[in-house]
Every structure is written in C-alpha cells, then in structure tokens.
Design a protein around this ligand. Structure first.
Ligand code: AMP
Ligand code: MG
Length: 332
C-alpha cells in the first residue's frame, strides 16, 4: 500500500483507502428510468451500489408493469380484461387468480363506497373518447348507465370465472390497476433488498424508505396550473392523485373527464383533485378515484373512517380540504 500511495499521490491513496474501507458507500448512487406503460408515464428511481444491478432491477420493474398491462388493459385484444368484455355477456370466462383477486378488491371498494367506485362504470365509460372529444348521446348514455352495477358481476371463486348478468356490461380496472402494478414493482424491489426508492405510474407513487436521511418531497399540482400547491414530505408511503385534468375535453364550458359517477353515467364534478395517502398503492389508487366520485362531504367522511388513510381534496372553488388527521397549514 505504501508503494502505491507514493505513486498515486495523497488523493489517490485516500480514494483507495476509502474504496477498501467503504466500497458500497463510495460507489452507491441514485439510478432512474422512465417508460410509457399502461397509457401513462412510469418512473422508477432507486439507490443502488452496483450500476449493473440497478439497471437489471429497473428493467424488472418495467417488465412487471408491462406484464400487468398485457393482462389488464381493455384496449389490448389478447388481455384478459378485453376477453372478459368480449365474452362475459354470453358465458362465464375463466380468468387468472391475479385478475380475479384484483376484481374482488375493487368490489370491496364498491361495497365501501355504496357503488361510487365501480369497475362496471366502463359500460358507459367506453363510449367516451377524451382525445377525440367523443361522448354518447343522451339516450345511449342512459341505456349504458343502467348497465353499471358491480353486483351484476357473477364471480365464481371455485371456477375462477366471471360472467355479466346483463349483456353489454363492461369492466375497466383503470382506477386500481396502476396502484396494483406499483405495489408489485415495490415488492419486487424490496425483495431484492432496495431500501430507498420510488415507483410512479401516472398519479400513483409509492416510496421505499426515505431519500437517504431526508423525506421524499412530493408535490400536489394545482388542478388548473402546472405549479405545485402543496409539497408533502413523505417516507414509506403510497400517494395517489385523481384529477379532472388528466384526460378531458370541454364543450360549452362543461368538462368531460375520465372519472365517472356511476349514478349519473357522467363525469363527477364536485372536486378538481383528490390525493390519498395510504400504506399501499392499490388502496390509495382505488380510494382517490372513490373520493373523487363521492365528493367532499361523503369522501372525507369515508377517509376519516379508515385507519392509516389521509386525504387532501381540492374542491371546485379551488379550496383545499384535509382529512381530520392532517393539520391544515393555513390554520397556524
Ligand atoms: P385515477 O386517475 O386513478 O382516478 O383513475 C381514473 C380511472 O379510473 C379512469 O381512467 C377509469 O379507467 C377509472 N374509473 C373512472 N370512474 C370510475 C369509477 N366510478 N369507479 C372505478 N373506476 C373508475
Ligand atoms: Mg385512483
């Protein structure tokens, strides 16, 4: 060592010593990757010691997200959800345990919210095309809305099959699948020993640990602007935001957006955005959509009744509302 120190000078020697003493500390770094999956932007960032392993893990996250997309997208003909929508009006369709379980989970949120969250919203939802500014005419809308009711899903857990009680019904797991996928990605990273990281799919994020000694800072954007209205310091948490600005078009000053009130078969309009904090993304995702449909009073009542769940709502006047467990910063 003495000889090498002489040859490399003092600085080189110090680096060598550090590498020997703390090889992981010196080389560890943040690694991130972005990809368009599930019709949204997926982002993963992890703290890793080995750059090659970091790349392998981030690829595994993207592969898992894409696998879930291929299973649950209603737009991919071979996806189980698309096959269900095609055939379940005529006969029971056998599906994977994974999809079956997620449908059961979605239905729990339907029960909890008196049907505000309902994956059969798609019976009318598929008649809207927000990019092309297409919406159903009033008669089509009324007929399709009558098909919405998760209790008309015939689920057979032994046969692992699903059938529609009413032909013409459709399902779409868009309000819960991204959160589910984020949880799966986080489980994969945690099993690989990752202790600091973030996985985001559109409005759904989950944090692994903290940002190495300080919290992650997540912003809630203004529903009508790009700037953040609130920044949340968070660790080890799931955060989901549902907003009426994600997919929409306007007609005569009325905004038609992607969150549908099953009772009306039309966009829910009492709130502009809902952010839910929970332990798992699958719950935060389903709940952000649920609370958006329920509106401020019923929505906050539901959140306040659930342990370990918090919410920040922005109502149609732009006012920020908090669940009981959060301190309103303007009150101090
Ligand atoms: P999010 O951005 O998480 O609120 O999810 C919005 C997505 O949830 C929409 O694009 C639809 O796929 C789906 N969705 C809309 N309305 C409902 C509803 N009432 N119940 C369940 N899912 C819904
Ligand atoms: Mg959601």
């Amino acid at each position: 060592m003495g000889v090498r120190c002489l040859r490399w000078g003092r600085r080189g020697c110090l680096l060598l010593l550090l590498l020997v003493a703390f090889p992981q500390t010196v080389l560890a770094d943040w690694f991130n990757r972005k990809a368009p999956i599930m019709g949204t932007r997926v982002f993963v960032e992890i703290w890793q010691e080995d750059p090659q392993r970091a790349q392998t893990l981030m690829q595994a996250v993207m592969d898992e997200m894409e696998r879930i997309n291929q299973l649950m997208s209603p737009y991919i003909d071979s996806a189980e959800v698309a096959v269900v929508n095609r055939d379940a009006g005529q006969k029971a369709v056998q599906i994977s345990q994974e999809l079956f379980d997620l449908i059961l989970k979605a239905n729990q949120y339907s029960d909890l919210s008196d049907g505000a969250f309902d994956i059969t919203f798609a019976s009318v939802g598929h008649k809207f095309d927000y990019r092309k500014h297409i919406r159903p005419n009033p008669l089509e809308q009324k007929t399709a809305t009558e098909l919405i009711d998760y209790r008309h899903l015939v689920l057979d857990s032994k046969a692992r099959s699903i059938a529609f009680d009413k032909p013409g019904m459709r399902i779409d797991l868009g309000g819960i699948a991204k959160g589910y996928a984020v949880d799966r990605a986080v489980a994969l990273l945690q099993a690989a020993g990752v202790t600091h990281g973030i996985v985001t799919a559109g409005g759904d994020s989950r944090l692994i640990g903290d940002h190495r000694g300080r919290p992650w800072m997540l912003g809630i954007r203004h529903p009508r602007g790009e700037e953040h209205v609130i920044t949340l310091p968070l660790s080890d948490s799931a955060v989901s935001t549902s907003g009426d600005y994600e997919r929409y078009f306007e007609e005569d000053g009325v905004r038609f957006h992607h969150i549908i009130d099953p009772a009306k078969g039309d966009s829910a309009r009492a709130l502009l955005s809902v952010t839910v904090l929970a332990d798992h993304s699958v719950d935060a995702d389903a709940l952000s959509t649920t609370v958006f449909v329920l509106g401020p009073e019923k929505g906050l009542k539901l959140v306040n009744s659930l342990a370990g769940v918090s919410a920040i709502l922005i109502d149609k006047a732009g006012k920020v509302l908090y669940s009981d467990d959060l301190v309103d910063p303007t009150m101090h």
